[in-house]
Design a protein around this ligand. Structure first.
Ligand SMILES: *Cc1c(COP(=O)(O)O)cnc(C)c1O
Length: 429
């Protein structure tokens, strides 16, 4: 499988090269040259397949022969070593819980898959290292730190906006040590992301073999398709149309869902639910793509002013706005509305959500007004404990601390403060 740059001004590359480079030389995101729908027979028998078998079928065309099938199966098995429950919240509304992995956010899937692909591609290169450079608005950092910890031949440098991630998120990305380094940036998420993009294009850093572990990297992005298939498997017997609502920031997750649909997964409609960082909802309203600097919210992993993957979504629809709008809606919610929803989900349904899931719930409810007979699924993208400073006071409860979090919470934070690209460059050396 070859990948081309969405800026159309860089050579096509293999899966391996796209994973190692992250971003194309013309700053474009990589996109697969061909997408072949899966056989109808696959969907007919999906309930008899394991998650690992489903994932293998979904991703194999994108990897091609660059990782042998047996090795790819092993990578998938290690990636998916936890559950993806579909939990009923209300009549016709389900939560797809993506937070049962080691860092308790959905990004574990992409990070674990990508780190293992990179380790495989590096296996014979004992003398040169790759540096994974990643900007995080909250959960990517922890997932990448955990996914890449002690992977041979890979150093990880994480940039995060100072004071704008939760305490637990910060611990997850600053306490592991070994090959993981955290840089605390005086700025917002977009500043971190801009610095990372600049570093990739900086020829004086070529010797560092930089790559990205944000969802711009295809090996982070594509495995996120898997859980849409898992949810379908769980709900298929109800024989209803499915509407998915993804709490969206960089739009990688929802873009992977659309890719799953492209592979034949019968999804009726997608909702990108956002906080007040509403570049995409505004675009759908007035046709102007007008990114704004990101604003801090209680759903901080979605504080993204210029979502990287939106361009991939447009490509999936061949830039056909009509076709796109038929499948896709996007709604934005304030922190106040999010808190009201969080309380309502708890008081009425007895379900403990967290701010991102609550935003997803709100968008889903709104969209379901137009699909009265469909089943709605919102992605619960993180465990409530990761946002305990919001969830506990809002619901008046104390959450038990899961083992995954217990293990980092008392560790000492180690980070380096930076405030400019020059300081990042000096750090990378
Ligand atoms: C990253 C993240 C999101 C946003 O996902 P995108 O793929 O960037 O749209 C939503 N919720 C949580 C908890 C996250 O960590």
């Amino acid at each position: 499988m070859k990948y081309y740059s969405l800026n159309h001004n860089a050579p096509k590359v293999s899966f391996k090269e796209a994973v190692i480079q992250g971003l194309a030389s013309d700053k474009g995101l990589y996109f697969p040259e061909n997408i072949t729908a899966l056989d109808a027979s696959f969907f007919d028998k999906i309930e008899s397949l394991s998650n690992e078998e489903i994932a293998f079928e979904a991703i194999k065309q994108f990897v091609g022969d660059e990782i042998p099938a047996e090795k790819l199966k092993e990578i998938i098995a290690e990636t998916l070593c936890f559950d993806f429950p579909v939990v009923k919240v209300e009549n016709g509304i389900y939560s797809l819980e993506l937070f049962h992995g080691p860092t308790m956010a959905f990004k574990d899937v992409g990070a674990r898959f990508m780190s293992r692909c990179l380790a495989y591609f590096n296996k014979d290169k004992k003398d040169s290292k790759n540096t994974v450079l990643v900007a995080t608005s909250g959960d990517t950092g922890g997932a990448v730190a955990s996914g890449f910890l002690s992977v041979d031949g890979v150093d990880v440098v994480i940039l995060y906006p100072s004071g704008k991630v939760s305490d637990i998120q910060e611990k997850q990305l600053t306490t592991l040590g070994q090959n993981i380094k955290a840089l605390e940036v005086d700025g917002v998420f977009d500043d971190c992301q801009d610095m990372v993009k600049k570093a990739f294009l900086d020829e004086t850093l070529a010797h560092k073999n930089l790559t990205s572990a944000n969802s711009i990297n295809i090996a982070r992005w594509l495995p996120q398709m898997f859980y849409f298939f898992f949810a379908y498997k769980a709900l298929k017997s109800q024989n209803k149309h499915l509407v998915f609502s993804c709490p969206s920031g960089n739009f990688g997750n929802i873009c992977a869902g659309i890719m799953a649909k492209k592979l034949g997964l019968p999804i009726e409609h997608f909702v990108a639910s956002t906080n007040v960082n509403d570049t995409v909802p505004r675009f759908l309203e007035n046709g102007k793509y007008d990114p704004k600097p990101s604003k801090a919210t209680i759903s901080n992993a979605m504080d993204v002013g210029n979502p990287s993957n939106f361009i991939r979504i447009q490509e999936l629809y061949n830039n056909d706005l009509k076709a796109f709008e038929k499948d896709f809606s996007s709604y934005s919610y304030t922190d106040e509305e999010t808190l009201v929803a969080l309380k309502q989900i708890y008081n009425t349904d007895g379900y403990i959500a967290e701010p991102h899931g609550a935003v997803g719930y709100l968008g889903l409810k709104k969209e379901l007004e137009k699909h009265p007979n469909a089943i709605g699924i919102f992605l619960e993208t993180a465990h409530p404990i990761k946002f305990l400073d919001v969830v506990e006071p809002a619901l008046g409860i104390t959450l038990p601390i899961p083992a995954q979090i217990e293990s980092v919470i008392n560790e000492e934070k180690v980070s380096v403060k930076i405030s400019s690209y020059e300081e990042l460059k000096a750090f990378l050396g």
